[in-house]
Design a protein around this ligand. Structure first.
Ligand code: ADP
Length: 309
């Protein structure tokens, strides 16, 4: 039964006019109520996929259904079922915040009276009510992003798609955005997002698909994927005067310079265990970070595997 899914994509292909095969036949099912992440390196085909789902890009072949409504045969219904938050701010910068939402409601055939009620509801939800009379161009980047979300919700869709929702958003704001997305997901809206940040997918998403060069590499629960990540390399910034070799019982260390240490943690080990051992060895840590983006490490190891296969 196709209407079991919030989004169902079957054998989707896209070849652009210049011959680029952006999608080579992908299939994906997203359950109703899911919080789903589509990840992949630059150029993988994420935006093309979302572009097709949101009717901004024409597919070459395959099918897409949104809450059971087919894009080819029930396009209006499919669009009603979907809210889209694209990466670029594409509202009229000179229009006032409140009017942007009401105008959008009109596009969906919602009466002006209901449009105004919805504008109030969603601007309040997103902390923008105080800014309702401000022209959009006067808003900060984070506020503009929230305005995009409020606008995408005005026709109360079942499925919300966000393309890189927290790109360029500072950490504090990112957390409040996460909380908001979690809240609306709890209320039953299916959320699908693309992101470059594994941390973001990890914090929010139950299921994840990874796309590379127009094909799906992985489609599984988030937990399963994290379990497959064998190791990560941590860079520790420590107090100056590090001895030539630091011996830890369970961890391999490499001294980079007299205040920097590189340590590999495998999936059975925790950062806490590492810190306990460093403590025993009298090494004081000032700060630490992942050597590379974990997502990139994962891509590298996966892409390596897929080429071997
Ligand atoms: P992602 O969102 O994962 O970065 P995209 O879907 O934007 O990937 O791009 C997938 C591939 O399609 C890339 O090789 C990109 O260069 C190409 N592409 C995207 N848009 C166009 C376009 N309008 N015309 C031609 N090629 C395109």
């Amino acid at each position: 039964m196709t209407d079991m899914y919030a989004l169902q994509i079957k054998d989707l292909t896209k070849t652009y006019a210049n011959g680029t095969k952006a999608l080579k036949g992908i299939s994906l099912n997203v359950n109703k109520g899911d919080f789903f992440a589509l990840l992949g390196p630059n150029g993988a085909g994420k935006s093309t996929t979302l572009g097709i789902v949101s009717s901004l890009v024409n597919k070459t072949s395959g099918s897409v259904q949104i809450m059971g409504a087919d894009l080819d045969t029930q396009r209006t219904q499919a669009k009603m079922n979907l809210g889209v938050v694209p990466q670029e701010f594409n509202f009229n910068q000179f229009e006032k915040v409140f009017d942007i939402i009401v105008t959008q409601a009109g596009y969906y055939g919602i009466s002006a009276a209901v449009g105004r009620e919805r504008a109030e509801k969603y601007l309040k939800k997103l902390g923008l009510w105080e800014k309702r009379s401000t022209p959009a161009r006067m808003l900060s980047g984070g506020m503009k992003r929230r305005l995009m979300i409020a606008r995408a919700l005005v026709h109360e869709p079942d499925v919300l798609i966000l393309d890189e929702p927290t790109a360029g958003v500072d950490i504090e704001l990112r957390r409040s955005m996460w909380e908001f997305l979690q809240e609306i997901n709890d209320q039953g809206i299916t959320i699908i997002l693309t992101t470059h940040y594994l941390e973001e997918a990890e914090a929010l998403c139950r299921n994840i698909a990874i796309i590379d060069q127009g094909s799906i590499l992985v489609d599984c629960p988030m937990k399963e994927l994290l379990g497959q990540m064998n190791q990560q390399t941590i860079i520790l910034d420590v107090e100056r005067g590090l001895p030539d070799s630091v011996h830890l019982d369970q961890f391999e260390t490499v001294k980079v310079d007299d205040h920097t240490l590189e340590v590999v943690i495998n999936k059975d080990q925790t950062i806490n265990e590492l810190f306990n051992e460093l403590n025993k060895a009298s090494v004081s840590v000032c700060s630490f970070r992942n050597k590379s983006n974990r997502l990139e490490e994962m891509f590298v190891s996966m892409l390596g595997k897929s080429e071997d296969a």
